[in-house]
Design a protein around this ligand. Structure first.
Ligand code: PLP
Length: 371
């Protein structure tokens, strides 16, 4: 048998996609699928949405790359837009969620002078060394130890364990407002408020990893808006450029100075084509789109309750199933519906934010047959 020239870090499904349009995909054999994976919560506006497509195309024809030794208009405009949405912040741009979290870890160390991190069991922050160290899933880490030291883990929605995990050198508390990869487990507003209080008491930075929950996915631009808790740092990636690679660290105005020239960098970070697409994405996340996320989210969660426990927010939804989630994902694919697994028994649905009521009904009809 011919060995694939691609390293096998993914258990890839045996399908190759060639075209996408909205919530639909077409494979190399011409078969059409309904996409409720959206590239793992990435393609928020749907495949080939005209706004980021036109913005990226126009930028491709003008300028691709000059590095961060200079300014480009799309990068500056994206920083402006994200600052406005946050209510005052400075941005560092990189290429992925893991990189955004690495930047947050380094920023917190520099700003507080402390290297300790409090993170959560069941969390996921990425596969690079620092982000993996803060990931609370031992199975993903064991083969790669020793990793970054000084990270203690608390239980989600357990204020006492959060306090118990704090150390004198804690410089940051890092958490996802909804744990995505770990099985779609939302943090309660009370827990996020407790984390805010603890960070203030410790003089540590509160960091929300909104790589999966941000950019409208949970019904507000940032998920934290729903809890009324403002973090010091936020990391974004996934949906930011609707599928082009980009990540961002936002640092709230008023947070102690962290980075100075030379402290951190990324050759491709802030790439003009990705930033132009991202500006169009941010502009498209308006009240009407967010209302659709809330409405389609409740349409889905109400109907999914017949299959098992449903968790999540907006269009980041997990439903517990009675057999391995990977089997259900494979059966759904066979039936023409893309989904993902989040943990061993949780089926995750993250359709594009533009999904229609009819498309939700169509997905539910397929799930009825599969489950
Ligand atoms: N943080 C969260 C919450 C994520 O869900 C992910 C990816 O799933 C990451 C970080 C890592 O992002 P990336 O794969 O872009 O490095």
């Amino acid at each position: 048998m011919k060995v694939s020239p691609v390293l096998p870090v993914y258990a890839r499904a045996d399908v190759s996609f060639v075209e996408g349009d909205g919530c639909r995909l077409r494979d190399a054999g011409g078969r059409r699928y309904l996409d409720f994976a959206a590239g793992i919560a990435v393609v928020g506006l749907g495949h080939c949405h005209p706004a980021p497509l036109e913005a990226a195309r126009a930028q491709l024809e003008r300028l691709w790359h000059v590095s961060n030794l200079y300014w480009t208009e799309p990068m500056a405009e994206l920083a402006d837009r994200l600052s406005a949405r946050f209510g005052g912040a400075q941005a560092f741009f990189c290429n992925s969620g893991a990189e955004a979290n690495e930047a947050a870890i380094k920023f917190a160390r520099k700003a507080t002078g402390r290297s300790g991190i409090v993170a959560l069991e069941g969390s996921f922050h990425g596969r690079t060394a620092g982000a993996l160290s803060a990931t609370g899933q031992p199975g993903k880490k064991e083969a790669f130890e020793p990793l970054v030291p000084g990270i203690s883990f608390a239980r989600l929605n357990d204020d006492e364990s959060l306090v118990a995990a704090a150390r004198p050198n804690t410089g940051m508390i890092l958490l996802e407002p909804v744990q995505g990869e770990g099985g779609v487990h939302p943090a309660t507003p009370e827990f996020l408020q407790a984390a805010r209080l603890l960070a203030d008491e410790l003089g540590a930075l509160l960091v929300f990893d909104e790589v999966q929950t941000g950019l409208g996915r949970t019904g507000t631009f940032f998920c934290f808006e729903q809890a009324g808790v403002r973090p010091d740092l936020v990391t974004l990636a996934k949906g930011l450029a609707n599928g082009l690679p980009i990540g961002a660290l936002l640092v709230a105005d008023g947070v102690a100075r962290g980075f100075e020239p030379g402290d951190h960098a990324s050759t491709f970070g802030g790439n003009p084509v990705c930033c132009a697409a991202a500006c169009a994405v941010v502009d498209a996340i308006d009240d009407a789109l967010l209302a659709n996320v809330v409405d389609r989210g409740s349409q889905l969660t109400t109907a999914l309750a017949r299959f098992g426990e449903v968790r999540g927010a907006g269009l980041l939804i997990g439903v517990d199933v009675d057999r391995p989630a990977s089997e259900v994902v494979a059966d759904c694919l066979e039936a023409g519906l893309l989904t993902t697994a989040a943990g061993p028994r949780t089926l995750r649905l993250t359709p594009p934010l533009v999904v229609t009521a009819d498309e939700v009904d169509e997905a539910l009809a397929i799930l009825d047959r599969v489950l």
